[in-house]
Ligand binder design. Structure first.
Ligand code: HEM
Length: 534
C-alpha cells in the first residue's frame, strides 16, 4: 500500500480526544457528580476513602511523570513528510527512496543534549535532529545531530563523556553548559574529543533556530540496492533557510529572557504556515574507495570533506504540523538507531554499535517495558505481525493457539518470508580477524581535521571560537586543566592556542618554539580583542 503525507496523521486520528461538550467521567467511564469537593463526613469532617473519583484523580496526578531521557531530555518536535526528488533505485532498495510521487510521513524531534527537560533552549550544546520515517516497509529512524562528528570514537566511552558533561554529581551544577571542571577535565585527558570540541566551541553550537540548522547522521551507513551492491553513505540535512547562528551574547540574553525560544520559534513558524524545509543530502562512497582516505570511514570523529565527496541533494523534508500533545508525541517518541528498512544497513563504527544496543535498552525503562513500539507515535504504518507476547502495556489482542515457529496448527501465525520478498537481509559483509580492543591506526590522528576545521573559518568565526574557549575555560577552576586545553588547542593551531592562552592570562605552552610563538602572538592579538572573563 503506497503511503501518503497524511497517513500517520490518519493513523493517530482515533487516539485524538476532543472532550469539548462531553461529561466528565472516571477512567472507568462513570459520570462524575462533583470534581471540586471531596466526599466528607459533614461539612468539617474527614474525607472518606470510598470517594473513588477523588482517589483516582490524585493517583493519576501522582504518576504523571516518567523518567526524562538520559540525554537529549529537552526537545521539540513536528510532523511532516519526506519526498525523494528522483528514484535512488541504483543506490538502494529502500522503497521510500524510489518513487518521487510518494510523500513518506515523518516525525522529527530536535533537542539539546545536556540540559534537563526544563532547561533553556539557546545554550551552547549539540542539537539532536532525529527523524522517524513511517515507510511502507517499516520505520526508518535517522537519529542525528547538528554537528557532523562526535566526542568519542567508541561507544564504551559514552557513559564517561556524559557523566563528565552532565551536572556534577555532588552539587548538580552546572545544569546546561559545558563550562565546568568535569567536562574540561575529561576533554583535556581524551585527545579524540579535539575535533568535536572545535565544533562545540564554534557558532554551530548556538543555532539561531531549529529551522536554520544542518543535520548529520554522523556515522557512515550503507546503502544496498536490489542487486545486493553496497555503497557507503553519509547522511546530511541541509536547511533551505541556510545555516544561521546567534552570537554568544544574544544566546545568553535570550536564554534568560525566553528559555523556550527555539521551541516557540518552531511552533509559531508551523502555525503560521512557514514550514521548515530541509534537503536530504548523500555523500556516496564506493566500497573500493573506502581505503583511499587518510582517515577511517568508521571513525565518527572524522568528516568526509565535501571537497572530496560532494553532497548530492536527493529529496526534501517538510515540517507542516505541530503535535497535538507534547507528552503523547514528543515525549513518548522513541528513536532507535537500529530501526532501518531494507536497503539501508550499518557499518562497523564502534560508536554506532553501542548505539544499536543503547536506545532500545534505555527505552525499556523510559517507556515502561517492551511494548513501547505500540505507543501511537511509535507504531509503524507498515503491518506488524509476530510472536512477541505479553509484557507490561500490551495493547494487542493476538488471536490463535500457536504463537511459535514452526507450527502445524496455523491460525493467527505469520509466515517467515525468507530472503527477498521485501524482507530485511543483513548485508553479507566478509569479516575476519582476531578479537582485540585496539582501533585502526588512523583513529589515532586527532588533529588533522580539527586543524582543517579551524582553517576553514573566517576571521570573525575564529574570533567567536576563541572567545567561546576563553569564556568556557575561564569558568574552569583548575589551572592544570586550562593549561592542558591550551596545549591541545596549540596542537590544533598555534595562533588559536596562543589566543586562548592570552585570553585566560596563561603563558603559552613551553612546547611552542620562539619564532612560532612570535608569529602566533601577532595573530592572537588580532583575534582576542579583549579578555572576556576576569
Ligand atoms: C538520545 C543522537 C551517540 C545514547 C539521542 C537523541 C539523539 C541522539 C538525536 C534524541 C532522540 C530523541 O529525540 O528522542 C546521537 C548521535 C550520536 C549519539 C548523533 C553519535 C553519533 C550516542 C551513544 C549512545 C547514545 C554513543 C550510547 C552508547 C543515547 C540515549 C538516548 C539518546 C540513551 C536517549 C534515548 C531515549 O531515551 O529515547 N541521541 N547520539 N547516543 N542517545 Fe544518542
Amino acid at each position: 500500500m503506497p503511503l501518503d503525507e497524511q497517513a500517520k496523521i490518519r493513523d493517530l486520528e482515533p487516539e485524538r480526544k476532543d472532550s469539548a461538550g462531553t461529561y466528565l467521567t472516571t477512567d472507568q467511564g462513570i459520570r462524575v457528580d462533583d470534581t471540586d469537593n471531596s466526599l466528607k463526613v459533614s461539612s468539617r469532617g474527614p474525607t472518606l476513602l470510598e470517594d473513588f473519583h477523588f482517589r483516582e484523580k490524585i493517583m493519576r496526578f501522582d504518576h504523571e511523570r516518567i523518567p526524562e531521557r538520559v540525554v537529549h531530555a529537552r526537545g521539540s518536535a513536528a510532523h511532516g513528510y519526506f519526498q525523494v526528488y528522483q528514484s535512488l533505485k541504483n543506490l538502494t532498495r529502500a522503497r521510500f527512496l524510489q518513487d518521487p510521487s510518494v510523500k513518506t510521513p515523518v516525525f522529527v524531534r530536535f533537542s539539546t543534549v545536556v540540559g534537563s527537560r526544563g532547561s533553556a533552549d539557546t545554550v551552547r550544546d549539540v542539537r539532536g535532529f532525529a527523524t522517524k520515517f513511517y515507510t511502507e516497509e517499516g520505520n526508518f529512524d535517522l537519529v542525528g545531530n547538528n554537528i557532523p562528528v562526535f566526542f568519542i570514537q567508541d561507544g564504551i566511552k559514552f557513559p564517561d563523556v556524559v557523566h563528565a558533561v552532565k551536572p556534577e554529581p555532588d552539587r548538580e551544577i552546572p545544569q546546561a553548559s559545558s563550562a565546568h571542571d568535569t567536562f574540561w577535565d575529561f576533554a583535556s585527558l581524551v585527545p579524540e574529543t579535539t575535533h568535536m570540541l572545535m565544533w562545540i566551541l564554534s557558532d554551530r553550537a548556538i543555532p539561531r533556530s531549529f529551522r536554520m540548522m544542518e543535520g548529520f547522521g554522523v556515522h557512515t551507513f550503507r546503502l544496498v540496492n536490489e542487486e545486493g551492491r553496497s555503497r557507503f553513505v553519509k547522511f546530511h540535512w541541509k536547511p533551505l533557510l541556510g545555516v544561521h547562528s546567534f552570537v554568544w551574547d544574544e544566546a545568553q540574553k535570550i536564554a534568560g529572557k525566553d528559555p523556550d525560544f527555539h521551541r516557540r520559534d518552531l511552533w509559531n513558524a508551523i502555525e503560521k504556515g512557514i514550514y521548515p524545509e530541509y534537503e536530504l543530502g548523500l555523500q556516496i562512497i564506493e566500497e573500493d574507495e573506502a581505503d583511499s582516505f587518510d582517515f577511517d570511514l568508521l571513525d565518527p570523529t572524522k568528516i568526509v570533506p565535501e571537497e572530496l565527496v560532494p553532497v548530492r541533494r536527493v529529496g526534501k523534508l517538510v515540517l507542516n504540523r505541530n503535535p497535538d500533545n507534547f507528552f503523547a508525541e514528543t515525549e513518548q517518541v522513541a528513536f532507535c538507531v537500529q530501526n532501518v528498512v531494507p536497503g539501508i544497513d550499518f557499518t562497523d563504527d564502534p560508536l554506532m554499535h553501542a548505539r544499536l544496543f543503547s536506545y532500545l535498552d534505555t527505552q525499556l525503562t523510559r517507556l515502561g517495558g517492551p511494548n513501547f513500539a505500540q505507543i501511537p507515535i511509535n507504531r509503524p504504518l507498515a503491518r506488524v505481525d509476530n510472536h512477541q507476547e505479553d509484557g507490561f502495556h500490551q495493547h494487542r489482542v493476538p488471536t490463535g493457539r500457536a504463537h511459535y515457529t514452526p507450527n502445524s496448527l496455523g491460525g493467527g501465525c505469520p509466515m517467515v518470508a525468507g530472503p527477498g520478498a521485501g524482507t530485511f537481509t543483513h548485508y553479507p559483509e566478509k569479516l575476519a580477524g582476531v578479537k582485540q580492543r585496539a582501533r585502526s591506526e588512523s583513529f589515532g590522528d586527532h588533529f588533522t581535521q580539527a586543524t582543517l576545521f579551524w582553517n576553514s573559518m573566517s576571521m570573525p568565526e575564529k574570533e567567536h571560537l576563541v572567545k567561546a574557549a576563553v569564556f568556557e575555560l575561564g569558568k574552569c577552576q583548575s589551572k592544570a586543566i586550562r593549561e592542558r586545553m591550551v596545549e591541545r588547542f596549540t596542537r590544533v593551531d598555534v595562533a588559536f592556542g596562543q589566543a586562548v592562552a592570552t585570553g585566560l592570562g596563561l603563558t603559552s605552552p613551553a612546547s611552542v618554539g620562539a619564532t612560532v610563538k612570535k608569529a602566533a602572538q601577532a595573530v592572537a592579538q588580532k583575534l582576542t580583542t579583549k579578555r572576556t572573563v576576569a
